[in-house]
Design a binder for this molecule. Structure first.
Ligand code: FE2
Ligand code: FE2
Length: 463
């Protein structure tokens, strides 16, 4: 019998699955339901998990919630799903099993018929109308939360500041972060906070942690949805805490370096000190008893896929960087771009997304970057766009995957540049004769010091 490693699309009837060598992102931090699913369906197999002491193989029955699953090995050939039959590949893919070590019987394998993926709804069809209504409802819900989100963001930033200050005096605690996270979750404002982050930018470490945290958590929940699962409050809180704490090590960096308005050279002493925030952070979180996945985020969120890059630190194998951390590292760079640093101006979210796409392959895990961009959108919520009729509108709902250039916008300015009092909704998935002409920098177009872009966005009312 031949053995080889194949991707899910190359599974063929007759093959026998021995190991699952690549799992989708949502196995990075297991939820209780997934643990139960694995233990039911993979009885007798082993699990390769990341433990404090490194990678370890354990019986699948020993898996626990929040473990980080890397692979499933020793799959008994007697298991129902070990033998590939027509249709199994689709079901494997749905469950997020992506790569396999298989054995191939001497008599070869059968042909596999894969059902074509369902296409998008036809323009004007009942399905398309229902999807449009759903997008409008999402947009309304978002608008209702904007002001609350802005105040949650302010409060959370103060709590992060308090946490870092407490840290400076040697009293580390997760309490302020927990308080902030409780409020954010109970108010259901993460989506709107993401929009506010892009509209207002940020100019200090504190808002950076808050914005990074909500964008990160939303992206994670989105990945779960895409793989047919649901996130829940427990998982959302876990990730928000990981985000809030990811730069906690900065409290060990002298304030004059942290708040400096000069840009440090990559090999300067200040930069070396700044870089230590990841190892400091990991140590602090370990002492606080946080979960190893949360510690991994703090420790490795600056590790690049290409470890030879000077911006990659500390020096570890990319394999040790959990998928959760890979997502955090993309979010961290994205937030740094849309937030303001004292020595540079901030980018609007749509430009930051363009930039991230250019870094594909060198800095980031590609699959994770794809997930991230689909979650945030080619034109993120809050982006100011000029449409082909020269009117201007803010994105209220990102475009669907198959038409990434066709979001739903609220038109706030007509083609002659007059601000409108009554805002109209343009869903580019419906208005097929309109398209996006360009991304407009809302900081340049509106008065930044008066926070005008946010003021207009938060005043949008749709019927
Ligand atoms: Fe950092
Ligand atoms: Fe950061």
């Amino acid at each position: 019998m031949d053995q080889k490693t194949v991707k899910v699309a190359d599974l063929r009837p007759g093959m026998v699955i021995m190991e699952i060598t690549e799992l989708s992102f949502d196995y990075a931090t297991l939820d209780p339901k997934t643990v139960q699913f694995l233990q039911t369906n993979f009885k007798g197999a082993s699990a390769l998990v990341l433990k404090d002491s490194g990678r370890q193989t354990v019986p699948i029955g020993d898996l626990r919630a929040f473990d980080n699953l890397n692979a499933i090995t020793d799959i008994p050939a007697s298991l129902k799903l070990a033998k590939v039959v027509p249709g199994l590949a689709q079901s494997m893919e749905r469950h997020g099993f992506l790569e396999f070590k298989v054995s191939i019987p001497a008599d070869g394998t059968g042909k596999e018929e894969r059902a074509p993926a369902p296409g998008p709804a036809k323009v004007g069809s009942a399905e398309a109308k229902a999807q449009h209504q759903e997008r409008v409802q999402d947009a309304k819900k978002l608008l209702e939360k904007v002001e609350e989100a802005a105040s949650s963001r302010e409060q959370s930033s103060s709590l992060v500041e308090e946490m870092l200050d407490q840290g400076r005096s040697g009293e580390y605690s997760t309490k302020p972060a927990e308080r902030a996270v409780e409020e954010i979750i109970s108010n259901g404002v993460t989506g709107a906070m993401k929009a506010v982050a892009g509209l207002r930018g940020s100019d200090q470490t504190y808002a950076h942690c808050v914005d990074m945290s909500v964008i990160f958590q939303e992206a994670y929940a989105d990945i779960l949805r895409r793989t047919g699962k649901q996130s829940n409050d427990e998982v959302n809180k876990f990730n928000l805490i990981a985000g809030f704490m990811h730069d906690i090590g900065k409290s060990e960096v002298p304030k004059d370096i942290l708040d400096s308005t000069t840009r440090f050279a990559p090999d300067s002493e200040e930069m070396l000190i700044l870089r230590n925030h990841t190892t400091y952070g990991a140590k602090i979180l370990e002492d606080l008893g946080l979960h190893k996945a949360q510690i991994n985020v703090a420790h490795f969120h600056h590790v690049k896929r290409d470890a030879t890059l000077f911006t990659s630190y500390p020096d570890v194998r990319y394999d040790d960087v959990l998928p959760l951390t890979r997502l955090a590292s993309i979010t961290d760079v994205y937030q740094a771009l849309i937030g303001k640093r004292k020595y540079k101006r901030n980018w609007v979210p749509a430009k930051a997304i363009e930039y991230l796409l250019k870094l594909k392959g060198s800095e980031f895990d590609e699959r994770m970057l794809d997930f991230f961009i689909r979650s945030v959108g080619r034109y993120p919520v809050g982006s100011l766009l000029r449409l082909s009729d020269n009117s201007l509108g803010f994105v209220l709902r990102i475009a669907p995957d198959h038409e990434p250039e066709r979001p739903l916008v609220a038109v706030v300015e007509n083609a002659s540049g007059e601000l409108l009092k009554a805002h109209s909704i343009v869903d580019l998935m419906v208005e097929s004769d309109l398209s996006v002409k360009e991304v407009v920098d809302h900081y340049e177009h509106y008065n930044q010091s008066e926070d005008q872009a946010y003021q207009i966005f938060s005043s949008i009312r749709i019927g």
